[in-house]
Design a binder for this molecule. Structure first.
Ligand code: AMP
Length: 117
């Protein structure tokens, strides 16, 4: 069982923000922004490329609800999902990173970065 499935099953602890029957939001243990929340479907899906559109429909409104709940809906936020090896996905259970709470820098995929690819 993957680490995020263990979090869903309460086999390992997490700092939960919101959950419903289908989705769970919890704080990232190594936050990269003042607000860094991970949002996952409770049913295991490896990555974004494998997710059913119907799951994403529910996920979309759940993510919006989380952003509103933590008060970053008006100030703005960044939503990221890393997909597969080249995408830098470390945990193989679909998750969205919801990042906010400050004006976030955007260092990746600048012209300078692209020169080094
Ligand atoms: P990714 O590189 O997109 O797969 O992101 C995985 C994220 O999961 C990283 O930001 C980690 O800090 C985070 N993470 C890993 N294990 C845990 C955990 N047990 N609780 C909370 N966050 C975790």
């Amino acid at each position: 069982m993957c680490i995020f499935c263990k979090i869903v099953n309460n086999e390992i602890p997490s700092n939960k923000v919101l959950e419903n029957d289908d989705f769970l939001a919890f704080h990232d243990m190594y936050p990269k922004a003042p607000m860094h929340i991970l949002i996952i479907p409770k049913n295991h899906v490896d990555c974004f490329h494998d997710v059913q559109p119907e799951t994403m429909a529910g996920m979309t409104s759940f993510i919006q609800e989380v952003a509103t709940l933590v008060g970053i809906d008006k100030s703005g936020y960044r939503l990221i999902t890393n997909n597969g090896e080249d995408g830098g996905q470390e945990v193989k259970h679909l998750h969205f990173h919801l990042l906010g709470g400050a004006k976030l820098p955007f260092k990746h995929l600048t012209d300078e970065t692209q020169k080094n690819l």
